[in-house]
Design a protein around this ligand. Structure first.
Ligand SMILES: [Fe+2]
Length: 294
């Protein structure tokens, strides 16, 4: 058992044989090549009746507090998506409900996983328009900061954007490129791209700077620091530059990149994915995607 399993086993929500089997499958998938990865083997049921009153309460407290800033400074795409997938303050979101609503917009869906996934397995989910999500809720004593992701980071922070067709296409294209590349240089560049967009991205909307990255959406401290601090270098998004920028974890982000639109991100990603997948001999992956998504 790794460190991560020890850390997350406190939750009744994932204390099951199913979760143990799924984590074993996830760990074993690290040795598989892209075409052998079976994402279904890593999924777990969201045992909704196991959520405690404290779980629902913590979700609600953070949801309401974050919405105070996000109502004005959250990207319209985030706010619209949160409404579409029916995120509410009064309960932890049931993934079944989220997915029913998401399916109608973009065909994306979210699936419970027990904890840590190897990188390629994470990308294998994205490549199929599926998002692996933790289902645990942070304890009340750690409401402000939890080092590992929980359902507040994953579903509140990430999933609303999946309701947007342009972001949906970007993320699947990203997943295909990251899954099939064999080139460690591309792998590192793609990790940086993910960090500076999906996790910590800013966007100009309505002549304002707004938040869309999950790390900014789901964290009170990061969200305010990103928009208000004088110590942040906010740079216009440019894919090459983003891919060449190293990132630092464990403290507030000193560098952030600002999109002008999600089309800008999608188009830059499609161009980069063509290069990556061509080098990997998997350009067909992009063609099949383009047909299904457009
Ligand atoms: Fe994340």
């Amino acid at each position: 058992m790794g460190e991560m399993s020890k850390k997350i086993i406190y939750s009744a929500v994932i204390d099951s044989d199913e979760a143990k089997r799924a984590q074993a499958a996830a760990d074993a998938s690290a040795n598989l090549n892209a075409d052998q990865i079976d994402i279904d083997s890593m999924k777990i049921t969201q045992q909704y009746d196991k959520y405690t009153d404290e779980n629902h309460e913590v979700w609600g407290i953070i949801f309401k507090k974050r919405m105070e800033q996000l109502a004005e400074f959250g990207s319209n795409i985030f706010l619209n998506g949160a409404k579409v997938i029916n995120l509410r303050a009064d309960r932890v979101p049931p993934l079944k409900d989220v997915n029913r609503r998401l399916q109608e917009c973009t065909g994306w869906s979210s699936h419970g996983v027990p904890g840590y996934l190897p990188a390629k397995s994470f990308f294998a989910f994205l490549a199929q328009r599926q998002f692996p999500t933790t289902v645990t809720v942070r304890p009340k004593a750690q409401m402000d900061y939890l080092p590992e992701p929980d359902i507040i980071h994953d579903v509140f922070g990430h999933v609303p954007l999946h309701a947007d067709p342009v972001f949906a296409e970007f993320l699947q294209t990203y997943g295909k490129a990251a899954l099939y590349t064999h080139n460690p240089e591309h792998t590192e560049r793609l990790a940086r791209l993910f960090w500076f967009t999906v996790e910590f991205g800013l966007i100009h909307e309505d002549n304002k700077l707004k938040l869309y990255g999950s790390g900014l959406i789901s964290s009170e401290g990061e969200g305010h620091h990103a928009l208000e601090s004088k110590d942040v270098d906010r740079r216009p998004f440019e894919l090459e530059r983003v891919c060449n920028t190293a990132f630092e974890i464990d403290h507030y982000q000193p560098i952030l990149y600002v999109l002008e639109s999600f089309e800008q991100l999608r188009d830059a990603m499609v161009t980069y994915a063509e290069r990556v997948l061509d080098e990997a001999g998997r350009l067909d992956e992009l063609e099949s995607l383009t047909k299904s998504a457009r």
